[in-house]
Design a protein around this ligand. Structure first.
Ligand SMILES: Cc1cc2nc3c(=O)[nH]c(=O)nc-3n(C[C@H](O)[C@H](O)[C@H](O)COP(=O)(O)O)c2cc1C
Length: 216
């Protein structure tokens, strides 16, 4: 219960602190942050998991707006904001595209838990990067991480996805769906993030600490 309360508090504070709160607020948060495992931001990062089973109800648009606002407040090169973001929560779009996907990958539909090609999520955020800026993929990655973490702090699961994008870009029958995203000239669809209320609680995937080295 205490944990739930602290998560709720984090959710309330997020729009202020994480999504463009003033400098003074940020300093206050930094000064008062306990440097222990009780730190809510660290707890949020360490408990997040990619979710691939979701409850049917979509994330309402007001809540998605908070998540998106957190996304666009990510650090980004020269504040170019070199991303284009498209939010799809229309079942007709998700299911229509999934029908094409199923036709090309018939085995996938044999899995009884399969609902759609976006890891079964009801809401999908598509992210495109500005091809004219060499750090735009970094910008888009940071944008996504802000969204994933702010969502998790509000009990909303997510999964970053590359494979549906590959499908949309290579499958001629999916071209209409790609077109509907209205990606601006000079941008390319990079990845998408599925969002929804988790219907599973997966264990943490292992991480390789040897990837980290302090250089003296
Ligand atoms: C760029 C990127 C692409 C990904 N593409 C897929 C995907 O196509 N399908 C999928 O199920 N998960 C995908 N993932 C999720 C990763 O598999 C997941 O983040 C990783 O296994 C670590 O697990 P965790 O997020 O639960 O810590 C992708 C993640 C990233 C960052």
């Amino acid at each position: 219960m205490k944990k739930l309360k602290s998560m709720a508090m984090a959710a309330l504070l997020l729009p202020l602190v994480a999504c463009g709160g003033g400098n003074q607020q940020a300093q206050t948060a930094a000064e008062s942050a306990p440097d222990s495992v009780e730190n809510q931001v660290i707890e949020n990062i360490m408990t997040r998991r990619s979710i691939r089973q979701y409850k049917p109800q979509p994330v309402n648009r007001d809540t998605m707006q908070i998540i998106l606002n957190c996304g666009i407040n990510a650090p980004n090169g020269q504040n170019k904001q070199s991303w284009a973001i498209r939010v799809v929560d229309n079942p007709e779009y998700i299911n229509g595209l999934t029908e094409i996907y199923k036709k090309k990958n018939p085995k996938i539909a044999e899995d009884p838990s399969f609902k759609n090609m976006f890891r079964n999520a009801p809401t999908v955020v598509f992210i495109a990067n500005d091809k004219s800026y060499d750090f735009s993929q970094v910008d888009c990655g940071l944008l996504g991480e802000n969204m994933v973490l702010s969502a998790w702090s509000m009990g909303i699961g997510s999964c970053c996805l590359g494979s549906p994008i590959r499908f949309m870009q290579t499958e001629p029958e999916a071209a209409d769906y790609l077109k509907r995203l209205n990606i601006p000239e000079g941008y390319q669809l990079l990845y998408c993030i599925a969002f929804g209320y988790p219907d599973e609680a997966p264990a943490a995937k292992p991480r390789d600490m040897e990837k980290i080295m302090f250089v003296d």
